[in-house]
Design a binder for this molecule. Structure first.
Ligand code: NAD
Length: 346
């Protein structure tokens, strides 16, 4: 299947560009000669040095512009849209994390609701006279919108009206807001339900990264629901590979005349948490050149957590001829090799 490759004559605005997925997407587009304007508020939810490192790597490309902007600052965002007139907008900026949303709801309302509303408003006003109209808005949603205890695999046709965390509620709200903006103002928009993304230079707040830090510190790793959990772990290159195919293919209007569509982007191959940990131990052992076994502490299920995630990716395959396929053995080895080199651990 052929697909419309990213177009070097267009400007891609990527919010959350210093973040994990934002960095990889920006790099992919820059490698293809595209102009990328990246914005990020550089918050300290996790180690800012990692965000700075990603930006440092992106600054090697002439076509990369970085602006420290918070998407909840409407005036600053207006200025970015006015100055750079992006044709493609990818909103990845958000307060991520399910557990953190239990104790820090403000951050989610601020970035995921007000910030996203501002993005939508800027897209809408790009249609005003004199501006280049946004041709496609892509935005990050999440597998968390599926809530708990659902039949698997998760299909985009499933009902998603009982989010079990505030994080999930904000992501579902994004989908609803985007749909109504698509409907009212004809803004082509695609929502991306990402499933547990991992890889080198990933997020320290996520389990695989936190486990690795604890393992090297000689501390026990906390395994919730006594290890009885399944996750559709998705390697970051597969996320970017999917997005690359979607960027220049805005959805056509659906049967209601609305150019809005939501896709699952996941590996569609859920793994038991205990197998994931075993694979991580093997990968770290190989990378560090010695046998590594994690100390394990088994705990009950945490509020906001779900038992299993499993993406039905048939619509993604049908529409774009792409299926995430990196095995956790390969993906975790790449993470482990990067980790040991970055932190100089042996
Ligand atoms: P990340 O935290 O590494 O990246 C998000 C970036 O956005 C960060 O660099 C942060 O500084 C920035 N940001 C946050 N609030 C902002 C604001 N108000 N204004 C400007 N910048 C802001 O996370 P990620 O893993 O790269 O995730 C990217 C997107 O994908 C997020 O929307 C996240 O919710 C979603 N998502 C990620 C996963 C995953 O497993 N990584 C899964 C599902 C959904």
């Amino acid at each position: 299947m052929t697909y419309k490759k990213p177009n070097p004559n267009k400007t891609y605005l990527i919010t959350g560009a210093a973040g994990f997925i934002g960095y990889y997407l920006s790099r992919n587009l820059l490698e293809k000669g595209c102009r990328v304007v990246g914005i990020d508020n550089m918050n300290d939810y996790y180690d800012v040095r990692l965000k700075e490192k990603r930006l440092e790597l992106l600054s090697d490309y002439d076509e990369f512009t970085f602006l420290k902007v918070d998407i909840s600052d409407k005036q600053a965002l207006d200025e970015v849209f006015e100055k750079y007139q992006p044709e493609i907008v990818v909103n990845l900026a958000a307060q991520a994390g399910v557990r953190y949303s239990i104790t820090n709801p403000d951050a989610y309302i601020h970035s995921n609701l007000i910030g996203f509303y501002n993005i939508l408003e800027c897209c809408r006003h790009s249609y005003d006279e004199g501006n280049t109209a946004v041709e496609h808005l892509l935005y990050a949603s999440s597998s968390s919108v599926y809530g708990a205890n659902r039949k698997t695999p998760y299909s985009v046709e499933d009902k998603t009206d009982d989010p079990v965390s505030l994080y999930a509620a904000t992501k579902k709200s994004n989908e609803l807001l985007a749909r109504s903006y698509s409907h009212l103002y004809n803004i082509p928009a695609t929502g991306l339900r990402f499933f547990t993304v991992y890889g080198p230079m990933g997020r320290p707040d996520m389990a695989y990264y936190g486990f690795t830090q604890k393992i090297f510190a000689g501390e026990p790793i906390k395994i919730f629901n006594h290890g009885d959990m399944k996750r559709d772990f998705t390697y970051v290159d597969d996320i970017v590979g999917s997005m690359e195919r979607m960027l220049n293919q805005p959805p056509p209007a659906d049967e209601h005349g609305v150019p809005h569509k939501v896709y699952n982007i996941g590996n569609s191959h859920p793994e038991q948490l205990m197998y994931f940990i075993e694979t991580l131990e093997k990968a770290l052992s190989k990378a560090a050149g010695r046998e590594i076994v994690a100390k394990k502490e088994f705990l009950p299920m945490q509020p906001g957590d779900v038992y299993a995630t499993f993406a039905d990716t048939e619509p993604l395959e049908k529409a774009f001829g792409f299926k995430p396929s990196t095995s956790i053995e390969d993906g975790l080895q790449r993470f482990a090799d990067w980790y040991c080199e970055y932190y100089d651990v042996k």
